[in-house]
Design a binder for this molecule. Sequence first.
Ligand code: UDP
Length: 246
Amino acid sequence: MEKEREYILGYGVDLLTKNEGLDFVSERIIENEGAQIATINPEMIAMGEKDEKLGEILRNADLIIPDGFGIKLALRIRGIKQEQVPGIEFARELINICAENGYSVGFVGAHEEVVNRAVENIKKQTPNLNVVYKHNGYFDNEDAIIEAILEASPRVLLVAMGVPRQEFFIDKIKSKKDDIIVIGVGGSFDVWSGFTKRAPVIWQKLGLEWLYRTIKQPERFKRIFPTLPLFLFKVIIETIQLEKDY
Ligand code: UDP
């Protein structure tokens, strides 16, 4: 499947709807290919600018989902209307596709109780799901965990350890098994477990879930400030530059 990719500060963002993204992954699964999926937001780009290795991993992802509100704004500055695709929803629908088609799934990340409860809840909703691997995201024996994942060989692996840890982990897995589908899902297990609630639907619809979470957990403020305004400022400068060059 051909997809259109726009570059923001050197980072790719795929211009597609949730369903198009899911079709892309389904196609890869059917063709026995792997894919590294990232759900990108301005915080990640800011981290990637400071950490070369992280930046490289993010730039090399096969599918880069326009997750953050800041990404939607950045694309708007570029004159592109793009719907925001929340990574958590994308990943949940991917799990449904796995259940429907018998693709095995693995879950790594979050605290033990959280990952257990998340998988339990998902299994209640999709009893057919074949979960072949599950582990919390707090471990020191990374090589042994990777070994166990390779042994279990899930078709799709969901990694919820936050950025950048999950990206480094995904990169390691991919370097050992290229035909696996791996997606970094941040705090999704917390939500699926029921321990954390998503923002009310109206905030989700407005694309302001991040703002709701920041109001509820003010310690998150330092994540978006000054990152988000600085990011948008850089995007404006880059866009003016691009228009000049054109
Ligand atoms: N986490 C983990 N291992 C770690 C650090 C974090 O498994 O070493 C988990 C944490 O328990 C949480 C998730 O990673 O479930 C990240 O949550 P956060 O809200 O930070 O994610 P983001 O904001 O990046 O979506």
